[in-house]
Write a protein that binds this ligand. Sequence first.
Ligand code: GLC
Ligand code: GLC
Length: 628
Amino acid sequence: MPRTPSTADDDIFDLRLNRSAPDLWPMLDALYGQRNDYDAFKAALLKSLRKAWKDRAPDLKRLDLIRDLEPDWFQRADMAGYVFYIDRFAGTLPKVLEKLDYLDDLGVNYVHFMPCLKPRPGDSDGGYSVMDYRAINPAYGKMADFEAVTAELRQRGISVCIDLVLNHTAKEHAWAKKAAKGDPKYQDYYLMFDTPDLPKRYEETLVEVFPDNAPGNFTHYPDFGKWVWTTFNEHQWDLNWANPQVFLEIVEIMLFLANRGVDVLRLDAVAFMWKRMGTRCQSEPEVHMILQALRACSRIAAPAVLHLEEAIVAPAEMLPYLGRGRHDGKEGNLAYHNSLMVQFWSSLATRDTRLMTHVMATHFPDRLTNATYATYIRCHDDIGWAVTDEDAGALNLSGPAHRAFLSDFYDGTFPGSFARGTLFQENPATGDKRISGSFASLAGLEKALAEGDATGREQALQRILMGHALIAAFGGIPLIYMGDELALLNDYGYRDVPEHAHDSRWVHRPRMDWEAAASRHTGDTDASRIFTGVQHILARRRATPALHAAHATQILHCDTPGIFAFRRAAPTGALVCLFNFTESWQHIPEGWLRAQGATRLHDELSDAAVQVHHGNIALPPHARVWIS
Ligand code: GLC
Ligand code: GLC
């Protein structure tokens, strides 16, 4: 369909450029201003932004306008997401459309298609080794299918999130192939060294992400005589973000994808984008400058689009991805709340929320500007025990011992553990052991079923529901990870798949169990109890405007170590959310609740009055309540 841009259209572009210019140019000046090709780069960038805007379809431009007018659209209590692999959930992209009733039934209006751009053949790190950012994985469909699906979802009010890997490309990407052939222009897109000297010096302070199967951060290629920076796997070549051409290429890709109907770009592995000798090369200040500049580019040429930044790092290091200091309100709109996830599992294992309360209260402000969290309990990755020695120390715990306990607990070897998980990337040098496993298996369902333990089974189901009630209330977009809503167990089949056997994360990337889904309303199977429970939680979330992400989340210190508590401070009144992390009944004084502002004593989650027993309220094992 040919489109002639109107003057009004050009005008809007210029106005948006003016709006975001102060966010964009100072970042680029600082990053690239010293180079003699800088002016040419700026001109090229402006041209790309204009072109992307010109190519943007009218309905997307309308969405841009709507979201400019309603900038809190993603912070509202009706937002809830669902995360899945297209093949494992539906088979192909067009078939996703056949599953919309299911998504509707669950109550989600945001879908994250796990990596869906064209990956390298063979092992592609679950699709995070991309060889063509402008093509869809042929196993899922074509770009035309993708556009048809996003258009249909847009009609239905469902937002689409896809991954954009910023730190590296597959070594099969066209740029990498040219670099391997010796083209200096493309060699400068990556980080390549003629001798091992510099790599050795960098290694002194680098950590290893995949120590088991991809040790070290560099790979030597004798055929073209270079040492290439490969933080993750050998086939994932780190991009050189100090080269402005890389910035330009990625902006063009980003806007190309935005114009195909993407609502949220999940920017993958962003912490690693800038390298500095003598550091871990994670979360360097330049990373935040690049991310702010990328965000400004989207805001100019595709303002409907949000950025979700994936930085799985310690609490204090994570917050800047949501814009702190001079980046306040200008960086990621969303970032994963990794600490909330880690602390959920930590508190479940210890039956003690004091560390969780300390970490949440110490490191996280009660509200953010133009941003919120992506809250989750499980995702496609492993769980790394990101508890710092300082935070553990504040509770008189030893950091290394606590982290070791959590790994042992969740791989099931610690005496009395309810969990069945699998170790991921055990690093004897650092003592680091990460954990894979599905929500249900880590929460105790697999073990209880194997042992015919009815009490254990019930407890596991209650833990799963409590976790979902927590991420629905904390503030942010709760992301339900496919299969968790049906309590799917670990899938050990990955061990027989040669491309997956080395990577235990596949244990929690099952195929959708459509049989279990079909009986989701039929009664008291575990799957139907969890499905209807999660459905209910999301429905109550939609009905509770106090959960809007812009309202402060204030961590409360209650004197009961088994209870995690926070207040959502809405102008209409406080909502006090309580979660019992133990298998025992707990009580909370009515007076304490009232003092926190919960004077109506109505549980918005069950939509029932809270019973008071001689001045106390009683919380059953794994209770979750949202008291107004
Ligand atoms: C991200 C992804 C992870 C992948 C890594 C490398 O952290 O979540 O699955 O292995 O990036 O791309
Ligand atoms: C580490 C990295 C993260 C990656 C994950 C994969 O946590 O920080 O980016 O996705 O490992 O396991």
